[in-house]
Design a protein. Structure first.
Length: 89
């Protein structure tokens, strides 16, 4: 696993998803915090259960490619997503 500096820019300034690209670090940091909450009632981490947990509790459908969480996601419940933003964002 490689650690990439947050200052490294891997997108163009005219990228159509510029807002998403700039805010992905915040999204991943929020997911780390949600994981701590998730683990309060678990003994082992289960990625598939975590995916269901965050979708049901916070209305966020994570985009996962080859078992890795990407910077993409879909809001499936706006009210729950608002709670996610207020609590973690």
């Amino acid at each position: 696993m490689t650690n990439i500096s947050k200052s490294f820019q891997d997108y163009d300034d005219d990228d159509p998803a510029l807002h998403q690209r700039k805010n992905r670090w915040k999204y991943w940091e929020a997911l780390k915090k949600v994981r701590v909450e998730y683990m309060e009632t678990k003994t082992e981490f289960d990625a598939y259960d975590f995916e269901d947990y965050i979708e049901k509790k916070y209305g966020v459908k994570m985009n996962i490619v080859n078992g890795n969480i990407t910077d993409g996601y879909l809001v499936v419940d706006e009210k729950l997503y608002l709670i996610f933003l207020l609590k973690w964002g």
